[in-house]
Write a protein that binds this ligand. Structure first.
Ligand code: C2E
Ligand code: MG
Ligand code: MG
Length: 348
């Protein structure tokens, strides 16, 4: 429901009235023995603060409603100008994204990952890059969440997967044997065509699944629980490795470590950056890594930018390190030069 109101003296009172109405509407009912739920979202715009005519009030109430729905079920959102800016940017990005792949604006960059045991680069993470002709570089975090709200995440993800499969074969031909990790949105994983399409692409490209990992986040369990674990297991049966990305950001729970069939834990950059370097913080990191090792998982430390951080993650027992200290993400055709210059990769 989007509502625009005139002459309401007290915003708080208005919210209370809407919340009362919502409580009346949010009811469950039985139909043929099955329980159904009615949800209620509202966007509110007030006269005169949010518009002086009917059309602008309706438009702004609608923008607030879009935000309410994005925040999840049953939210009530009051319009404000920051919200307007954000929603309009989302709409703009959604429109621009439609032509991004066909116009050749999307690329895949690769960031080297260093093995602490072998002292060389053994894999790379594939990271999407969008260069718009007039808007310039648009960071993934500005458009991936928006793509995830629409169907566009599917096209973007399959574009990246196919590029990675082909890129690895191209590297193989010149004697570079790197594994590639690919970020996978839950929405793509749970789509019914994920496994068949993946198998088909493996056949078409001749890619070896054992040389690829999918990076998933804890949201797989939040967004869609048990059935997802089955899907992840089937993905592993095809030969892919599974990495748990961004561990330590958000509401990480140790539960995820045993609930998900993962091989590698990637410790989040923020975790490493903000950690108290003595006492409890240090002990906690060591314990998490020991726990992961005890569960036969390997650990990647993300976002290592200086040698002090490197010594820390080494001391904790991290198996791999990824960060600007070694390399920023780069186009696939720069990887051979990078490896040669840094003498960081040997064929095996
Ligand atoms: P992520 O998967 O955790 O990727 C690591 C991010 O950390 C990358 O940012 C990388 O450039 C950045 N990073 C790595 N080392 C350092 C460091 O030492 N310092 C700093 N400051 N940053 C470092 P990027 O490329 O901007 O990607 C951001 C996020 O966007 C990714 O986080 C991932 O969640 C998402 N993303 C990127 N590409 C894709 C994709 O192809 N598909 C999906 N679904 N998500 C993607
Ligand atoms: Mg990642
Ligand atoms: Mg990460």
């Amino acid at each position: 429901m989007s509502s625009c109101c005139g002459g309401v003296p007290d915003k708080q009172r208005l919210l209370e009235v809407i919340q009362d109405n919502a409580a009346q509407i949010r009811k469950s009912f039985l139909l043929d023995g099955e329980e159904f739920f009615v949800t209620f979202s509202a966007g509110i715009a007030l006269f005169p603060d949010h518009g002086r005519d009917f059309q602008s009030l309706i438009r702004n109430a609608d923008l607030a409603l879009v935000t309410a729905k994005q925040r999840g079920k049953s939210q009530i959102v009051l319009f404000d100008s920051a919200l307007e800016k954000r929603v309009l940017r989302q709409i703009e990005i959604t429109n621009l994204l439609h032509s991004a792949i066909p116009n050749g604006e999307i690329e895949v960059f690769y960031q080297p990952i260093m093995s602490m045991h072998l002292d060389r680069i053994t894999s790379v993470e594939a990271l999407i890059r969008w260069h718009h002709p007039t808007q310039g570089f648009i960071p993934p975090l500005d458009f991936i969440p928006i793509a995830e709200m629409s169907e566009m995440i599917h096209d973007l993800t399959w574009f990246v997967i196919e590029r990675c499969f082909r890129q690895r074969s191209a590297w193989e031909e010149i004697g570079i044997h790197l594994d590639i990790s690919i970020n996978l949105s839950t929405k793509v994983l749970v789509s019914p065509d994920f496994l068949p399409r993946l198998s088909q692409l493996l056949t078409e490209t001749g890619a070896d699944p054992h040389r690829f990992a999918f990076e998933i986040t804890e949201s797989v369990l939040v967004d869609s629980p048990e059935s997802t674990v089955g899907l992840l297991k089937k993905t592993k049966q095809l030969g892919f490795r599974l990495d748990l990305d961004d561990f330590g950001s958000g509401y990480s729970s140790l539960t995820y470590l045993y609930a998900l069939p993962i091989d590698v834990v990637k410790l989040d950059r923020g975790f490493i950056k903000n950690l108290d370097r003595k006492g409890k913080g240090l002990k906690m990191m060591e314990s998490i890594i020991r726990l992961a090792h005890g569960m036969d998982m390997l650990v990647v430390s993300e976002g290592v930018e200086d040698t002090e951080q490197l010594s820390l993650v080494k001391a904790w027992g991290s198996d791999f390190v990824q960060g600007f200290l070694f390399a920023k993400p780069m186009p696939g055709d720069q990887i051979p030069d990078f490896l040669e210059k840094n003498d960081l990769q040997l064929s095996f």
